[in-house]
Design a protein around this ligand. Structure first.
Ligand code: A2P
Length: 345
């Protein structure tokens, strides 16, 4: 008889939390018991799982008793408060926040890239930043063939990266503007509808915002290569869901675009979208709701003999967050890595 597991979703009512719920159901993850946790604000609400209404519970010390896997997506502060407690109670925490990503004791995993890192977990596994996951899926298959020396990325990030409330805010702002009213910004710092602005994460001393530094540091950790030079400019755009990225890669020697295309057409988690005649390439609207990262416009960088340009779009909530987390949970189950937990028949 196959095993099944007791799972808790921390942040179940959020944009990523509700996606986690849908993925666990659609991918038929072996669940013995499911606990849905959120803040006091959600007490009394229910969410549906496999046709059953499950009551949302406020998170407390006792929430993690008899839980094998915690899928956490309730922000860094909440993860810092509860992850240690959950691990002490015997659960493995797959954390979607940035709280533990750069901790050397915590594996940072994209299952298509570095699944082997899961073997070294000590109770917490970090799910990387969304833009980093999407970029890693497209760059890793090429990097494996020919190590990449330098990555220059520019991102076009949707409202979904700032959560469900930010998505609602863009809709409200759009209708306000269309009715001749002034848009109100409460979740994001400025109106995003009919606008764009540099990513709203805190600024670092280097003049890069934290989102940009996540792309630099997390990619190096996931690839296991501190030598790769990476620079990024992250921008919030008025797209509801799915991020886009323009990626410039520099290799030691020229990388033939047709060879790159061939490699990416077989790469796990990647779907090639390239119709040069119709000028049809990845778009956030077509990437929304899809598991794969859409990649296209693969071309020689005319400014550098060893440069390659590509364009990608990926669903930030799905592969950029919830799907990657569920894939990590599947990996733990498949490789029998829930050491701290008691899986039962
Ligand atoms: P709630 O809906 O009760 O506020 P998003 O990223 O879409 O904004 O979602 C954030 C998720 O994290 C929501 O499920 C939210 O619950 C949850 N959350 C936020 N703060 C806390 C907290 N202090 N304790 C538990 N859950 C929290």
């Amino acid at each position: 008889m196959s095993k099944s597991y007791r799972v808790a979703i921390l942040g179940a009512t959020g944009a990523v939390g509700t996606e986690l719920l849908e993925l666990l159901e659609n991918r038929d993850f072996p669940i013995a018991d499911l606990k849905l946790l959120a803040s006091e604000r959600s007490v009394g609400k229910t969410l549906k799982f496999k046709g059953e209404n499950i009551l949302i519970e406020p998170v407390s010390d006792r929430s993690f008793e008899n839980i094998d896997i915690v899928l956490a997506s309730a922000g860094g502060g909440t993860s810092k408060t509860w992850a240690g407690i959950a691990v002490a109670k015997g659960a493995v925490v797959i954390d979607n926040s940035s709280a533990f990503r750069m901790n050397p004791e915590v594996p940072l995993i994209v299952p298509e890239v570095n699944p082997q890192a899961a073997a070294h977990h000590k109770g917490i596994i970090a799910n990387p930043n969304c833009t980093t996951i999407l970029m890693a899926l497209a760059v890793w298959p090429l990097h494996k063939i020919k190590p990449v020396k330098r990555i220059v990325a520019a991102t076009y990030q949707s409202a979904s990266g700032a959560g469900a409330k930010a998505m609602e805010e863009v809709k409200t702002q759009t209708s306000a503007i269309l009715q001749g009213q002034l848009p109100v910004a409460q979740v994001l710092p400025y109106p995003l509808a009919f606008n764009l602005f540099p990513h709203n994460s805190p600024m670092t001393d280097l003049g890069y915002c934290e989102e940009e530094m996540k792309m630099v540091n997390e990619t190096r950790k996931i690839f296991g290569s501190q030598e790769i030079r990476i620079t990024a400019t992250c921008v919030r755009v008025p797209v509801l869901r799915a991020h886009s990225e323009a990626i410039n890669l520099e290799f030691e020697t020229p990388f033939n675009p047709d060879e790159a295309r061939e490699i990416l057409s077989h790469a796990p988690g990647v779907k090639l979208v390239e119709d040069w005649q119709a000028n049809h390439f990845p778009m956030p609207m077509e990437a929304s709701g899809q598991d794969e990262v859409l990649v296209g416009r693969i071309r020689q960088d005319i400014s550098h003999p060893c440069g390659l340009e590509l364009w990608l779009c990926g669903d930030q909530i799905r592969k950029g967050a919830a799907l990657n987390a569920v894939q990590i949970a599947e990996l733990l189950v498949e490789k029998n890595l829930l050491k701290l937990a008691t899986a039962y028949a």
